[in-house]
Design a protein around this ligand. Structure first.
Ligand SMILES: [Zn+2]
Length: 124
């Protein structure tokens, strides 16, 4: 599977990347960090459902392809004012990593490959 690099907020190609991965997803993993970012189990469930369910109308803003790190595919979802960072791993689990309100902060995290790899290793 190859992925395009994308600067758009919402994009059909990114969506189709996710559509190809979605049927392969085995398990949903929520990191401690993500729990701390959201702090509300009900909201967490809602976000997870929104991102993993491909049949609703807000679909286009939820699967922005960001990065492929050793076949771990990183996506961003925009839910309300939050940027949700999640990953479909090599093993094809979906991991919810962070929910960050500030885009610059989000970007900083995304640029920090070391940190990303560490987060993936911890949660995989
Ligand atoms: Zn795209």
């Amino acid at each position: 599977m190859s992925f395009h690099s994308c600067k758009k907020e919402s994009c059909d190609v990114c969506n189709s990347h996710f559509m190809k991965l979605q049927p392969l997803i085995k398990e949903v993993i929520i990191t401690k960090h993500f729990e701390r970012d959201i702090k509300d189990q009900e909201k967490i469930d809602k976000i997870v459902k929104k991102v993993t369910d491909t049949s609703h109308t807000e679909f286009h803003e939820l699967h922005k392809y960001e990065e492929n790190i050793d076949d771990n595919i990183i996506f961003r979802a925009k839910v309300g004012k939050k940027h949700i960072l999640y990953c479909v791993t090599k093993e094809r689990n979906i991991i919810f990593l962070r929910a960050i309100r500030n885009y610059d902060e989000y970007k900083k995290l995304l640029d920090d490959k070391h940190m990303l790899k560490r987060m993936l290793n911890i949660s995989c």
